[in-house]
Design a protein around this ligand. Structure first.
Ligand SMILES: *Cc1c(COP(=O)(O)O)cnc(C)c1O
Length: 648
């Protein structure tokens, strides 16, 4: 087991309710305390108003009947929820979810009865600002400017999840890309506008943002009446006003832009392109090399786009792929963008860090500066790969980022986050033009975001979510000495799991070939298996499917029959590259020729996938490693399946 000082461990001990509910007293004490506090708040609003519900009401048969119904239904709910997936348990290594951080859980419960609606400060005087603060906390974690006094300060807000944050990224990038074209069409004088539609549509996002800023400054200097006319004139030339069809008809030089993403991209990208009306066919999936986006392929795609005058909306880097936890070369993708922009093909770079975003905590000092790779690497076996450090360091140079507090932030569902590097672009999202296009009424950062609903894809939304994330980041600041200690546990667990997998492979030699197919970048570790002697991919896939069947949620069975929870994914030649795919199949003893592309599911290799988020996978208190127990379990299941197969 990796050495970890007791001091470090005890700090984590108060973070969660715990696998056994160890911290039940703490949770109960705080929840009851703040629930009572809420009641007193109600009574103290106008203490002179007498209670509207009679003290005798609770004896009325109708009251009692309602209470009984409520109780019965709640009991039923509680009973059925017992079939839930035990995310809290160190026996759960399935999807991207684990126990909930108590500060977030309690803040959420505490806030619910106040029911703030974060659409605007009118209905959420406290929690809207918390949401804006969360944006700044996350901006700091990724290295964006987070001082609201600076004009180019970042801005972030919460979304229902990573899917909507990715959608918001597309929306922002498109608005910024098309805006300079509208300025030209409207014939705004005095501004240094690009000479034709093509260059206006393909500016570097930094330049487009500057142009937006110049326009707002120019507008503010106009007499009041003209200001309104100009604003309207520009609004009526915008893509958002005209719609795709009319905009691209008017600008025959331009085509609907492409989005470039790795083949490993989450399906939310496909959803986003459909939702925005760009069309799924504009999503161009690029191959990977060694589990990272192939920057050569990116460069040549950009070059081809430039030659064919095909605009690009954005390049997407994934920081922690959903299936494998691997990191794309954010640095290489930013460099490719700079080169393309210099040649007239400007576009945004977005990082989908829905999963991996919080891993940045171990790379940050308390003062917000970046730690060197050597500093970060202390105490780990291999983490972080130099590529991983370089990817984190390059986050500051990207245009926007998606991060899911409800994944590695250990917070309740309903919290994704979108962060953009320079908040000025949000002026293009505002529904009420007057509000931010005011010029003279130009407002401070905090005033601007009081009407949060102006900028976000949603409307009404829970302020309790914002409170949960805010309080958690206050209790555990997003640096290596605070939140990072928790992140560190998961990375150590992943290394321990990797070592365990290698021991398992040795022990099972001759019965099953098992490998960790590629060096894990983070806390997600995969395992590929093939019964010894088998050469057919289809058989190996069937075998792994059977193993996984015992590790997945099944509401028809009592929960306790499950020993462990894991998940499953596939390795595909288009994601790995041919060389890697051959290497892996070779190591497993599989014949590459049996990987057929007919589309029956055996054009890919089925593997087990383990998300190692639970902080108690290594239980120091009792000297138990659930990782070791898992491999014992896996060994016995493999043995059973092999025997059953031989008997058949
Ligand atoms: C989970 C995930 C998403 C989608 O996030 P949701 O919160 O499920 O909407 C997007 N991208 C990546 C890389 C993810 O891991």
């Amino acid at each position: 087991m990796p050495a970890e000082s007791p001091l470090t461990r005890h700090r984590i001990d108060a973070c969660f309710l715990g696998p056994y509910g160890e911290n039940n007293n703490l949770l109960e004490k705080l929840v009851v305390e703040f629930l009572r506090d809420h009641v007193y708040w109600r009574r103290n609003f106008h203490p002179e108003d007498p209670p509207a519900i009679s003290t005798e009401a609770s004896r009325h048969p109708d009251y009692l009947a309602f209470e009984s119904r409520m109780r019965r239904e709640l009991h039923q709910l509680s009973a059925s929820l017992k079939k839930s997936v035990p995310f809290h348990s160190p026996r759960y290594m399935g999807h991207m979810v684990s126990d909930l951080l108590m500060p977030g859980l309690i803040a959420q419960i505490l806030t619910l009865p106040y029911n703030p609606n974060n659409v605007s400060e009118d209905s959420a005087p406290v929690t809207v600002d918390m949401e804006v603060q969360v944006g700044l906390q996350l901006a700091r974690m990724v290295g964006y400017v987070h001082d609201p006094l600076r004009a180019d300060c970042a801005f972030g807000h919460l979304t229902s999840g990573g899917t909507l944050a990715n959608y918001q990224a597309l929306r922002v990038a498109l608005a910024l890309k098309a805006f300079p074209v509208a300025l030209r069409s409207a014939g705004v004088p005095d501004l240094d506008l690009p000479e034709d539609d093509w260059s206006a549509f393909n500016l570097h996002p930094h330049k487009a943002t500057q142009l937006l800023d110049d326009w707002l400054t120019w507008l503010a200097a106009q007499p009041l009446r003209e200001r309104k006319t100009w604003r309207q004139r520009v609004q009526q030339e915008r893509l958002e006003y005209l719609g795709m069809l009319e905009f691209f008809t008017r600008h025959a030089q331009l085509r609907v832009p492409h989005v470039l993403a790795p083949v490993t991209a989450h399906y939310s990208w496909s959803k986003g392109l459909k939702l925005l009306g760009l069309g799924r066919s504009q999503l161009q999936l690029l191959p990977e090399q060694g589990m990272r986006l192939d920057t050569d392929a990116l460069e040549s795609t950009l070059e081809k786009c430039r030659r064919e005058r095909q605009p690009v909306l954005m390049s997407v880097a994934v920081l922690g792929t959903t299936e494998y936890g691997t990191f794309d070369p954010v640095d290489g993708i930013v460099a490719a963008r700079e080169r393309a922009a210099a040649l007239g093909l400007g576009h945004s770079v977005h990082v989908d860090a829905a999963w991996g975003g919080y891993l940045a905590t171990v790379f940050r000092n308390e003062d917000g500066s970046l730690r060197s790779r050597d500093e970060v690497a202390r105490g780990y076996h291999a983490f972080p790969a130099p590529e991983v450090h370089a990817a984190i360091a390059a986050l500051a140079d990207t245009d926007s980022i998606t991060i899911d507090p409800h994944k590695l932030g250990y917070l309740p569902f309903g919290t994704g986050a979108f962060i953009c590097r320079d908040h000025r672009v949000t002026a293009l999202l505002s529904e009420e033009a007057d509000y931010v296009f005011g010029g003279a009424s130009a407002t401070s950062y905090h005033e601007r975001y009081r009407g949060l609903g102006q900028f976000i894809p949603e409307g009404s939304k829970s302020g309790a979510n914002a409170a949960a994330v805010y309080v958690t980041h206050r209790v555990l600041p997003l640096d290596h000495l605070h939140f990072g200690r928790l992140t560190r546990q998961t990375l150590l667990a992943a290394e321990s799991f990797h070592a365990g997998a290698n021991r398992f492979a040795d022990k099972m030699h001759g019965r099953v070939n098992a490998i960790v197919p590629f060096q894990p970048d983070s806390n997600l570790v995969c395992l590929a298996l093939n019964p010894a002697g088998n050469t057919r991919v289809a058989n190996a896939n069937a075998f792994v499917h059977r193993l996984h069947d015992d590790m997945r949620a099944d509401p028809r069975q009592p929960l306790q029959l499950k020993q462990f929870f894991g998940s499953m994914t596939t390795l595909r030649p288009e994601a790995l590259g041919d060389t890697e795919m051959r290497r892996i199949l070779g190591q497993l003893g599989l014949d590459v020729a049996t990987l057929d592309g007919v589309g029956n599911g055996d054009d890919r290799l089925v593997i087990l996938r383990h998300t190692l988020m639970n902080p108690y996978l290594i239980d120091h208190e009792n000297g138990i490693s659930y990782i070791d127990l898992y491999f014992d379990y896996l060994a016995s299941r493999v043995q059973q399946l092999l025997v059953a197969h031989d008997a058949a």
